[in-house]
Design a protein around this ligand. Structure first.
Ligand code: QAP
Ligand code: CO
Length: 190
């Protein structure tokens, strides 16, 4: 997002600075969350501005991970920070999970499924290849919560949600509660 700051009389044009912005997070069962994201072809300043906005959005919502799909941008890009002090940010562009090992069960939540947490089994260790925010390719070996978070976020890029791992009954219960909450919220506003 850009904000006008000044009029530059020498060049007789307006000057702009970039400001960070919070983005709207899509919520289950929004069908846009089922979109399969396409690879990023260039890592440029416009993409880095989106990355900044995604961190802003994730930290403001007390999240540990956010995929571009969740903010209705269908590019293969995710951000994560599983540290206690929000000081260990990861940007994964075009992530590819190369290896998975072991299993771990975690109480997972999702900013797109607010208020619901359920146990999901995933790989405990992963090796993942991706581009960093400067466009360089790296490989990372992740374990525990970071590994779980990356698998959860890569699922989003393929249109998959953690509720898909639950029973049909549990998923329907969550869906109905979220739709009801949204109806009531709409009634308050109206
Ligand atoms: C994925 O999820 C994740 O319901 C990231 O009211 C979560 O950041 C991977 C959140 C847990 C592994 C373990 C959820 C915030 C944040 C909510 C999140 C809520 C407020 C979820
Ligand atoms: Co999620």
């Amino acid at each position: 997002m850009f904000q006008r700051i000044d009029f530059d009389p020498k060049q007789s044009r307006l000057a702009y600075v970039q400001i960070m912005a919070k983005l709207k997070i899509l919520e289950f069962p929004d069908p846009r969350l089922r979109t399969k994201a396409t690879p990023v072809d260039v890592v440029d300043d416009k993409l880095r501005a989106l990355v900044d906005d995604m961190f802003e959005t994730m930290y403001a919502a007390s999240g540990i991970g956010l995929a571009a799909t969740q903010v209705d941008v269908h590019k293969r890009l995710l951000v994560a920070d599983v540290s206690a002090d929000n000081d260990d940010p990861y940007v994964l562009i075009n992530p590819e999970i190369l290896e998975k090992e072991g299993t771990i069960v975690t109480d997972e939540g999702c900013l797109s499924v607010p208020g619901f947490y359920e146990e999901v089994e995933r790989a405990e260790h992963i090796k993942v290849r991706f581009l960093e925010r400067d466009g360089t390719e790296v490989k990372l070996e992740a374990t525990g919560l970071l590994a779980v978070c990356i698998q959860h976020e890569v699922d989003h890029l393929d249109g998959k949600l953690f509720v898909d791992y639950l029973s049909e009954a549990k998923r329907q219960r969550i869906r109905k509660k979220l739709l009801k909450e949204r109806r009531q919220q709409a009634a308050v506003i109206a």
